[in-house]
Design a protein around this ligand. Structure first.
Ligand code: ADP
Length: 176
């Protein structure tokens, strides 16, 4: 499923964030220390190789909602944007912090002249953010931010499971 916002196409697919060969920057649902771990961060660090953690170390720690950028190392992507989602029930207000993740990642990409960005469903795994709520925040924030982007022409949500895909497609279809 696809929709246009300003110059930017927003689409949702089911898949693996580490296998997006046609995307310039993928976003990592990182931990504060920018270390490997479980979930998306583990998959991205495994695919990128140890150089990713080495390059990331001096940029850590980051706070919820912040985003930083590194190279993609052994990934098929030129860049990785690392953002720290809120832990649901701890980092408040959750919706604002989650929106900051998407907004700050896209602004950073746009400043670097990046044309395409792929996001996982930030905070919806180990960080416990309820899926439907998170999908609404993610899709609304990307759509709003896209109106003012110059360089980012494609934003792809890469959802791991069928339920994740469904929630994001529903949120996207509900937007004007
Ligand atoms: P967080 O700590 O921000 O909650 P997680 O990595 O635990 O991040 O999970 C975020 C979401 O990413 C979950 O929906 C999880 O199923 C999904 N996910 C895990 N591995 C991948 C992957 N390789 N590609 C895309 N999504 C993934």
């Amino acid at each position: 499923m696809k929709k246009e916002f300003g110059k930017t196409t927003v689409e949702c697919i089911q898949g693996d964030i580490t296998a997006q060969d046609d995307i310039t920057a993928i976003v990592n649902a990182a931990n504060a220390e920018l270390r490997t771990g479980g979930g998306v961060a583990g998959a991205i660090h495994r695919a990128a190789g140890p150089g990713l953690e080495e390059e990331s170390r001096p940029l850590a720690p980051i706070k919820p909602g912040e985003a930083v950028i590194t190279g993609g190392h052994d990934l098929p992507n030129e860049y990785v944007i690392h953002t720290l989602g809120p832990v649901y029930g701890r980092d408040k207000p959750e919706a604002d912090l989650l929106a900051n993740c998407y907004r700050n990642s896209l602004k950073l990409a746009d400043e670097r002249g990046i044309d395409s960005v792929a996001f996982p469903a930030i905070s919806t795994g180990a960080f416990g953010y309820p899926l439907e709520e998170a999908a609404g925040v993610a899709v609304r924030t990307v759509a709003e931010t896209a109106e003012s982007l110059e360089n980012v022409l494609l934003v792809r949500f890469v959802l791991f499971g069928a339920r994740d895909l469904e929630a994001h497609e529903k949120a996207l279809s509900e937007l004007g």
